[in-house]
Design a protein around this ligand. Sequence first.
Ligand SMILES: *[C@@H]1O[C@H](CO)[C@@H](O)[C@H](O)[C@H]1NC(C)=O
Ligand SMILES: *[C@@H]1O[C@H](CO)[C@@H](O)[C@H](O)[C@H]1NC(C)=O
Ligand SMILES: *[C@@H]1O[C@H](CO)[C@@H](O)[C@H](O)[C@H]1NC(C)=O
Length: 381
Amino acid sequence: MLFDPLTLLTTALAFAGAAVAAPHSTRRSFGVPSDDGFPAPNAQQLLDIERIADGKLSNAPPPAKLAPSSLTAFQVIAFNELFEVAYFKSMIDNITADVPGYQLPSQAKKDELLDIMQTILAQEKLHALNAIGTLKYFNAFAPEPCQYVFPTTNIRDAVALAETFTAVVLGTLQDASQLLAKNGDDGPVRAVASVIGQEGEQNGFFRILLARKPSEKPFLTTSVASYAWSALQGFVVPGSCPFPLSNVDLPIFKPLSVLSGNAGADVDARDQHLTFSADLTGVSAAAKYVGGNGSGLFVTYLTGQQLPISEPVQNVHWSGNQITFEAFFPYNDNIMDGLSIAALTTSGNFTGPDDLPAATIAAPGLIQVYSKVKAWDSSDI
Ligand SMILES: *[C@@H]1O[C@H](CO)[C@@H](O)[C@H](O)[C@H]1NC(C)=O
Ligand SMILES: *[C@@H]1O[C@H](CO)[C@@H](O)[C@H](O)[C@H]1NC(C)=O
Ligand SMILES: *[C@@H]1O[C@H](CO)[C@@H](O)[C@H](O)[C@H]1NC(C)=O
């Protein structure tokens, strides 16, 4: 096995709360590499990226039209892909330089992993360029790179975090497809679907490295764009984006921290109560609940393609506007393996994921349930 399977996952996987671990000012920040012209490569630089990525950008004509909310979806996709480019580049740099925590057992394993990661990095660059190109074609706002912070300091946690944010992306791209369909914007659907498969391939590889079955669930967990947009803010150095975040017309929710199961990164596969917390300062829809017993508040879970599952908030404690509470995690009835996405909501009766954002006061909380397995290649790497 590439990584010690017995090592506990220590990822401060508070994806959304990633930045909470230490003040930004004391942490190193990372940008997007520009040595190959990215995110505005010239024709030769683009061809170089495509060669590393093992394929080219689509040459299909641009869609005839895109509705404003379809363009918002592409803004979130571009913003996310730029973050991923910075993240995978940092990971590659750490492995290349044998940074403590990123050393591999042999030169052969190091070369193999770097080869794969360089391809993934170039593929993410093309995903970003595809989204940015679409936005520019329609003269819509196209996000530029920000400065980022990462919570990971070893390779296993770095792969685990990549697996989690990729699973969130896989849910978010479902939301983008649904939105494109609703808006009658069929043009980009084929390309978005091809990226969903592509990111799934990446995640199967990450899962194998982590000694998990490569295929996570029969139907991957869905999400909504505003949850991904909110979660991504946990990786962005505040104020570092060269544009106002309000250019993207989506709410930014307060993080919902999962306190149980190693910050949600390793929750046991069983029915149980999980502990959550959220700082609701400044959330006007939450004001009437502050200091209360939690009546009217729910944790709503997205898992697989199940309709949203709501559980009442219990055992509430307040410290000012900071709420800490428990909610039931209904693993057995819903077979909640893999990623589940939790939100603190003011309703417990949802007919589908699209209804969640309007009733959300903190989100997302990310929960991973893994059945550990002996990976097929565990003996030779
Ligand atoms: C690379 O290493 C630095 C220094 O330890 C760390 O801050 C950063 O999070 C690492 N990057 C990744 C993607 O793990
Ligand atoms: C919680 O407070 C509401 C009113 O705010 C009250 O109706 C309800 O009975 C309380 N529940 C418990 C368990 O105390
Ligand atoms: C959901 O709606 C049903 C019927 O409208 C109602 O009886 C039930 O109390 C609601 N549940 C919650 C958790 O709000």
